[in-house]
Every structure is written in structure tokens, then in C-alpha cells.
Design a protein around this ligand. Structure first.
Ligand code: URA
Length: 243
């Protein structure tokens, strides 16, 4: 159980700023256990009290978990002097929610990017001990061959460390395309692995899975949605055994 102020509860459940939450409370639209409450600093118990907006029950979650289908052209950073970041895709209400990208995709990489303000979970997901799998669809300028699978399994040395074994599935209908599954997330790892396979250059790269999450096929590039409770719970279990 946690006890928080009513404006924090409303701000978190509606994803609005604290100021806007206070305005909504003062306008008499919020009830606590069935009674209108205009005191934005009232203390409420997140598990025990029923908070409603215009009669509709609100639910409270301490953290936000988002799946984004990243488009090309945006960088994974909270701010940058020159380049646009993935945060430019979100409404301003998200600016003060403390969201961070869980790992990075290159500027020209598409696909599944997780964002959260649950720093402890992000840390566990990124820890090498958790061995979180990431699956990518990649298209190169030259065809893959079965021996490329051996290169990926044996790994390559990046910054003095050998990469963990990666798996290659070549697409039957197009040998320049493949699925590669990794458990570590070194800088430009897919591009470097492909280059180690007969100097192939990556022409298209998209992450399609991250741990237990699969990229939602209904999300267009640049679109995002909140994770369901089931997805969040599965992610949390995926890190059990990590640090
Ligand atoms: N590997 C890459 O080379 N780039 C990415 O964006 C992700 C993995």
C-alpha cells in the first residue's frame, strides 16, 4: 500500500501535469470513495481508496511502460542539440514523467523500443546477467549463407569482449534477409556481426522482439501504446535470476 496526494494520483492515472490535475480536482470532477473532493493535497491510499473522474473509476499505476514502433530518423536520447529524439513523438504531458529508453536503437533502426520510468526494471532488463533476448529482422546488400550462422554463434570481439552466441534464420524467399536473435546489446552489434559475415552492409534493420514482448503489428511507425498488465508482469518475470 502507498499513501500519496490526490493530485499525484490523478496526474499519474490521467497522464496530465500536476497543475492540470489540481485544476480537475478543484473543478469538482473527482470523487474519493463516492464523495466529491476538491482538496488536491488530500492523502489517498492507492490500494484502498476508490477515486473517480466524472463517476468513472480511475486506476493508479506508479510507473509507465510503453511500447513504441520506432521510425527511422530519431535518436534514443532524452535530449540532443541537433537531432530529434524519440520523445518528440509524445505529447507534452509525458515530458515530466521521467521516461527513458530501455537500451538504444540506432537512428536508422526501426521497431520495438521500450520506454519506462521504472528505473529498477530498466536496469534489470539491460543487465547482461538477465540475458534478455532481442530479435531483429535485417536486410543486407549480399545474401546470407549457412556459414554466417557459425560466425554469429562463435561471436566477434567488440571492445575487447566476445559477443554472446547469436542465432541466424535466413529467410527462404530472400537470402539477403534474415532474423538475428541476440542476448547482448553492444553498440551496432547487428551491423558489426553482418559485416563480419563477408562484409555485408545492413540496408534495413528492425527490432521485432524484446524479451517476452513482440512488436504490436497494429502500431504504425511512430505509434506507441501502454503495455498491458500481463505484458508488464511477463517482462518483470523475464528478469528473475538477473541482478
Ligand atoms: N544493432 C545495430 O547494429 N543497431 C541497432 O540499432 C540495434 C542493434
Amino acid at each position: 500500500m502507498s499513501v500519496i496526494r490526490l493530485d499525484k494520483y490523478v496526474s499519474s492515472s490521467l497522464i496530465v501535469s500536476r497543475k492540470d490535475a489540481s485544476g480537475i480536482i478543484r473543478s469538482g470532477r473527482i470523487s474519493v470513495n463516492g464523495t466529491v473532493c476538491k482538496a488536491f493535497d488530500k492523502k489517498v491510499e492507492t490500494d484502498a481508496d476508490s477515486i473517480a473522474l466524472d463517476g468513472e473509476m480511475l486506476s493508479y499505476s506508479e510507473f509507465i511502460y510503453i511500447m513504441l514502433n520506432k521510425p527511422s530518423g530519431l535518436i534514443c536520447a532524452s535530449e540532443d542539440a541537433k537531432a530529434k529524439t524519440v520523445f518528440s513523438l509524445f505529447p507534452k504531458e509525458y515530458a515530466d514523467k521521467g521516461l527513458s529508453c530501455v537500451g538504444r536503437l540506432d537512428k536508422d533502426t526501426f521497431g520495438l523500443l521500450l520506454l519506462t520510468n521504472d528505473g529498477a526494471l530498466a536496469h534489470r532488463l539491460l543487465s547482461p546477467k538477465s540475458k534478455i533476448t532481442k530479435k531483429y529482422f535485417v536486410k543486407c546488400d549480399k545474401p546470407f549463407s549457412a556459414s554466417d550462422g557459425d560466425v554469429l554463434r562463435e561471436g566477434i570481439v567488440i571492445e575487447g569482449k566476445r559477443t554472446s552466441p547469436a542465432a541466424l534464420e535466413i529467410c527462404e524467399n530472400d537470402e539477403k534477409s534474415a532474423y538475428i536473435t541476440l542476448t547482448d546489446g553492444k553498440f551496432h552489434e547487428i551491423k558489426r556481426l553482418c559485416y563480419a559475415c563477408g562484409k555485408k552492409e545492413v540496408v534495413f534493420l528492425k527490432r521485432i522482439e524484446f524479451a517476452s514482448l513482440k512488436l504490436d503489428e497494429f502500431l504504425e511507425y511512430g505509434e506507441w501504446r501502454n503495455l498491458t498488465d500481463d505484458e508488464t508482469n511477463k517482462l518483470k518475470s523475464a528478469t528473475k535470476g538477473g541482478n
